[in-house]
Design a protein. Sequence first.
Length: 453
Amino acid sequence: MRRVLVVDDEENLRVVLRTLLRRHGYEVETAPTGDEALTLVDSFGPDVVLTDVRMPKMGGLDLLATLKAKGNEATVIVMSAYGNMDLAIEAMKAGAYDYVQKPFKPDEVVLALRKAEERESLRRENRVLRDEIRKEHRFEDILAKSAKMQDIFRTIAKIAEYKTTVLVTGESGAGKELVARAIHRRSKRTGPFVAVNCGAIPENLLESELFGHKKGAFTDAVQDRRGLFEEANGGSLFLDEIGELPLALQVKLLRVLEDEKIRRLGETRDLQVDVRIIAATHRDLSNETKAGRFREDLFYRLNVLLIHCPALRDRREDIPLLIEHFLARNNARLGTSIRGLDTEARRLLYEYAWPGNVRELENTIERAMVLTEGDMITAADLPERVREARDPVQMQLASGELSVKKTMRIIEEILIRRALQKTKGNRTRAAEILEISHRALLYKIKDYQITDL
Ligand SMILES: Nc1ncnc2c1ncn2[C@@H]1O[C@H](COP(=O)(O)OP(=O)(O)OP(=O)(O)O)[C@@H](O)[C@H]1O
Ligand SMILES: [Mg+2]
């Protein structure tokens, strides 16, 4: 922050400023016109451009606009005579950081430069901080700050490079596929990520889909075809909804997992493949096993490493982050410029039970962004089920959860948030309303990671 470019058509002023600023330890270059200033900007690389607003030909405003258009990040301070204050104000609106009024005392210029330096270092710090937060709360395409999800990030990082089979569980829309993709990306496997939904393909086609077939193996097999195991060779095969895999295929899958050999339908020879298997299900496979719908041996073979994606209502602290993310992404995608959600809408999104988890939140935000008439999403832009879900206690009870501990936590967190919202963050008053001690409140705020209201 030591390089200053002085631009002024008055030679006298250039000399005075050069001497003054050099004495204060700045590196100084001067230019008599905007054009010359622009050439110097490239070679000199100033941190601050101190420019007169009114000059023949290119004035300070044009210089400022050109710098901005070039993406130059130098801080611009304009100098303006008393009669030209409107120009100085215009310059500030166009992105100048400050102005000094001519004639000025030496101190005033130095002070303006110091202020600009401070701002610049603050800005740099904020940028670093923001990047860090973003990095910390993001793992590949997964965004989350809850402790539960941060655990998953660490697990993925640890296990990605091994070829161990992973079983990913969790409710619909909770992020199972994102986790599977993150595992693949973090592994050093060079082959592709191939996904197949075991529940979406008719049983009689699934086998040839997975293992491939030889021409003539069955009526429709008009030519040889590679299966998905072969396609995923060297990479990962994502067996989504593995709980829907028919029993007959479960036997075959178990065999592949054991010796990594597959055989195309109608073929007599085996093929060696190198595939990392990631399976996912929204079902409780151990229940399925007890009910005889899922082979126990396959369950144990798949369940070597289990990653459970928690339901969104069990990690509500991720909701604000996800909202910001979907807002920004959809603004870019839809060309909208929605600024955010008002307090009431935020509260509803926070308290709703999200049976469809992150996918439902994603769709709800997109829908609201299309429907809203202003640049803020309000409660009226939210679907009825979200708006009417006003009673979190009822919702929690309706979710079928029987744990007193879990239910109490959810209710407690909601009450604390409401109290903090009501008191605009005043913790002493919030503790009074909640009828708990100030200390208990501080502890709980930390426990529930309540940072944004
Ligand atoms: N933590 C997250 N950060 C960002 N986006 C997420 C996150 N979790 C889920 N999503 C998004 O939500 C949607 C659903 O995620 P995904 O497909 O991974 O869920 P799933 O568990 O596989 O659901 P299903 O069982 O219905 O297939 C996707 O669009 C995904 O990008
Ligand atoms: Mg999925």
